[in-house]
Design a protein around this ligand. Structure first.
Ligand code: XIL
Length: 344
C-alpha cells in the first residue's frame, strides 16, 4: 500500500494520497454520556462476540440494547411448545454485564414468524392460546431483565387502517388490546410499547395510531409508550415534519422511544460514495432529530436507539439490496460525522 501511495505521489502529487478525512472526532467517550436518557443500539448476534471492534463499541458507547433479531418469534419459538433461549439469554447477559438496559423487541409482529405459526390450523380458541402462550412465556422468561417491550409492531397500514396480519385474521381487531393485557399480566413492572414506522412522515398513519392509543388509555389498557422507528433518510422527512410529529406524540403523555434510528444517504438506490457532503447532511438530519427529542419532557424520554452500529452491519444493505451508509460508525468501525455531531 505504502509503495503504491509513493508511486501515486510521484505521479499525481500529494492530493492523490490524502483521502478526505470522514471523521471529525474520536470515540473516546461513550456517546450515552452526553445524554440524560438512554442511548441504545440494536445488537446482532451475528456480529457480537466475533472479536471485532463491534464488541467494544456495543459495550461502551451505548447504555441500552435492543435485540436486532434474536427475540423475534422465528428465533425464539422455532416449534410448537419449543423455545430457544440460548442466544437471547447470551444477549441479556451481555447487557447486564455492561450495565445496559435491555429493551425487548418484539412480541407480536406479522414478520419473522416461524413456519409452524404461518401454517397453524387451529380454531380461534387455539389461536388465542398460541398467542397468549407466546407472549406470556417470553415475557415471564425475561421478567426483571427486560425494562420495556415492543408488544405490538407495525399493526397499522399507511392509510391508517389496521393491517390484516395473521393475528387480526384469527383473533380479530382486539388482538392488539389483548397483547398488552397478556404482557402486563406476565410482567406488571415492564413498560409496554406500541412500535411502528413512518409515524414521523405520514400524518394519516400517525393520527390513526394516536387515536387508537387514546382509546386504549380510556379503556385502561396497559400501554405505556410509543416507539417511532425512525428509519429515515437525508431526503425524508423534512425537519418541519419531525418537529410536528414529535409535538403531536408528546400530547399523549406517553413515553416516546426513537426505537430504530438510521439515516439513509442513498434512499433512491443510486450509485453512491459516502462523501463529505452526504455525511454532513446525514449528521445534520440526525442532530435535528435528537435536538427535537431532547425538548420532550424528561419523563417522556424513554431513549433513542440506533438500528445497528456500523454501516458494515446495517440491515438496509441486505434487506433493500442497495448500497447505503445509514449508521454512526463507518465500515471500519470509525466514528462518522453523524456520531461526532451527537457526541458533544
Ligand atoms: C430487521 C433486521 O434488522 C434484519 O436483520 C431482519 O432481516 C429483518 O428485520 N422494523 C423492525 C425491525 O421492527 O425488527 C426490523 O429489523 C427492521 C424494520
Amino acid at each position: 500500500m505504502l509503495r503504491f501511495c509513493l508511486l501515486l505521489l510521484t505521479l499525481v502529487g500529494l492530493a492523490a494520497c490524502q483521502k478526505e478525512p470522514l471523521t471529525q472526532c474520536d470515540a473516546a467517550q461513550p456517546l450515552h454520556g452526553y445524554y440524560p436518557f438512554p442511548v441504545g443500539a440494536a445488537i446482532s448476534m451475528i456480529e457480537l462476540g466475533r472479536g471485532t471492534a463491534y464488541d467494544e463499541l456495543a459495550r461502551r458507547q451505548f447504555n441500552s440494547v435492543t435485540p436486532e433479531n434474536c427475540f423475534k418469534p422465528s428465533y425464539l419459538h422455532p416449534g410448537p411448545g419449543q423455545y430457544y433461549w440460548a442466544e437471547a439469554d447470551a444477549l441479556a447477559d451481555f447487557s447486564q454485564a455492561s450495565n445496559q438496559r435491555l429493551h425487548g423487541h418484539v412480541l407480536i409482529w406479522h414478520q419473522q414468524l416461524p413456519g409452524w405459526m404461518w401454517a397453524f390450523a387451529g380454531s380461534p380458541a387455539d389461536w388465542e392460546a398460541l398467542f397468549k402462550d407466546h407472549i406470556q412465556t417470553v415475557v415471564r422468561h425475561f421478567r426483571g431483565r427486560v425494562a420495556g417491550w415492543d408488544v405490538v409492531n407495525e399493526a397499522f397500514e399507511a392509510d391508517g387502517t389496521l393491517r390484516s396480519t395473521i393475528w387480526k385474521q384469527h383473533l380479530g381487531a382486539t388482538y392488539l388490546e389483548k397483547a398488552f393485557r397478556y404482557a402486563h399480566e406476565a410482567d406488571p413492572e415492564a413498560l409496554l410499547f406500541y412500535n411502528d414506522y413512518d409515524l414521523d412522515s405520514n400524518p394519516v398513519k400517525r393520527r390513526a395510531v394516536l387515536s387508537w392509543l387514546r382509546t386504549m388509555r380510556q379503556r385502561g389498557v396497559p400501554v405505556h409508550g410509543l416507539g417511532l422507528q425512525m428509519h429515515i433518510s437525508i431526503l425524508n422527512p423534512e425537519n418541519t415534519q419531525i418537529a410536528e410529529a414529535l409535538g403531536e406524540v408528546q400530547q399523549t403523555g406517553l413515553k416516546i422511544h426513537l426505537s430504530e434510528i438510521d439515516v439513509a444517504v442513498n434512499p433512491l438506490g443510486k450509485a453512491v460514495t459516502p462523501n463529505r457532503e452526504l455525511l454532513q447532511r446525514q449528521a445534520d438530519k440526525l442532530a435535528f432529530l435528537v435536538r427535537t427529542y431532547q425538548e420532550l419532557p424528561r419523563d417522556q424520554q424513554y431513549g433513542i436507539t440506533f438500528w445497528g452500529i456500523s454501516d458494515q452491519n446495517t440491515w438496509i444493505r441486505r434487506y433493500f439490496q442497495r448500497d447505503d451508509y445509514p449508521l454512526l460508525f463507518d465500515d471500519n468501525y470509525q466514528p462518522k460525522p453523524a456520531y461526532c455531531i451527537l457526541a458533544r
